[in-house]
Ligand binder design. Structure first.
Ligand code: NAD
Length: 336
């Protein structure tokens, strides 16, 4: 276990769902860390996600593209960046099916530019060793492919088998990160997390879509027969896991993060409807809004994470139960 102390942290994609939650987590729990948030502010990012930060004096925003080589170099030097936490990505599987080029550009080329800048500044210019710098790459369980109902969850040693342009671009970026470690000794760590839920998620994703449909009394779209299974984790637990890996994770290693919390999509929709029936009752249950729609092409049946490594090696544990996390999440969307 290492004892790494990040100081000047470049967070990419910090105006998106998980990045914004991570910045809030870091400012609240890590008094010695300064944060530079680099975000292009695509349709998925919003500065509203970063209003009322707990320590604004330790936070700085730059609007720009992670694939902009000159900009990244300038940020690294100007802010003496020692830690990169790389969230920025095109992240919606449906969009990757209709517009895959954007996924290749940001997820692959963008990651490459960041790795090159880190290598050049940390290893070539500064000659820092692994105690002085760290590149943490945020990945997903989707790189492992799909599971049948009886299969055990993905472990870190499972071979990658990505099946959508999104997961293929994320898998490629993971391989690049590993390659920079093995070839150049860049000090990296990777986390592969299951589906996140919580505040600040973009409206296009499944849980916000269900909640928004309830609030607007509109059809709740559920793909196929609703039986696809995902493992859900409250976003704050993911952020705490990422920080734990950055500070204590073994260099060159990947860690799975998951909630041991598998749900069929239809059961999630029904669960949210039941909570809405309690919080904002109407004469007819919200479940009457559920409608099955044509399935996503190549829709992976099941993802499940085996998170024993991060639990046993780093002592990480999810703190939020699904019931309390969903209650917080639904109340957040009701108030916003
Ligand atoms: P998001 O789509 O909500 O946010 C992505 C952010 O990246 C946005 O703010 C966007 O403006 C920014 N961005 C996009 N392209 C950029 C570019 N070229 N340069 C700079 N900024 C750019 O995504 P999210 O759900 O917060 O996911 C963050 C990361 O976590 C991604 O890498 C994703 O693959 C991974 N992940 C997400 C989940 C999940 O359930 N959401 C689960 C596991 C892993």
């Amino acid at each position: 276990m290492t004892n790494y102390k990040p100081k000047n942290m470049l967070v990419t994609g910090g105006a998106g769902f998980i990045g914004a939650n991570f910045i809030r987590h870091a400012l609240a729990h890590e008094p010695k860390i300064n944060i530079i948030n680099l975000d292009l502010l695509t349709y998925a990012g919003s500065l509203k996600n970063l209003e009322n930060l707990s320590a604004p004096e330790r936070y700085h925003f730059v609007q720009g593209d992670i694939a902009d080589n000159a900009l990244i170099k300038q940020i690294m030097q100007q802010h003496e960046i020692d830690t990169i936490v790389h969230f920025a990505a095109e992240s919606h599987v449906d969009r990757s099916i209709s517009l895959p080029i954007e996924f290749v550009k940001t997820n692959l080329l963008g990651t490459f530019v960041l790795l090159e800048a880190a290598k050049s500044f940390w290893l070539d210019t500064k000659k820092w060793d692994a105690q002085r710098c760290r590149f943490h790459h945020i990945s997903t369980d989707e790189v492992y492919g799909a599971l049948t109902p009886e299969c055990p969850g993905f472990t870190e040693s499972r071979a990658y088998q990505p099946r959508s342009p999104y997961s293929a671009s994320k898998a490629g970026s993971d391989h690049l990160v590993q390659a920079y470690h093995h070839t150049y000794r860049l000090p990296i760590t990777i986390s592969n997390c299951s589906n996140n839920y919580g505040p600040y998620q973009h409206a296009e994703k499944f849980i916000p879509t269900v909640i928004r449909s309830c609030l607007n009394w509109q059809a709740i779209p559920v793909y196929g027969n609703g039986k696809n299974i995902r493992d859900w984790l409250y976003v704050e637990d993911h952020c705490a896991g990422v920080m734990r890996i950055i500070k204590q994770g073994k260099i060159g290693e990947a860690y799975n993060i998951g909630g041991d919390n598998e749900w069929e999509n239809i059961k999630i929709a029904e669960y949210i409807c039941a909570v809405m029936d309690r919080l904002q009752p109407r004469s007819v249950s919200y479940t009457s809004l559920i409608q099955y729609v044509t399935d996503r092409p190549g829709h992976d049946f099941r993802y499940a994470i085996d998170a024993r490594k991060i639990k046993m090696e780093l002592g990480w544990q999810a703190r939020e139960s699904f019931i309390s996390g969903m209650e917080k999440t639904i109340k957040y969307y009701l108030n916003n």
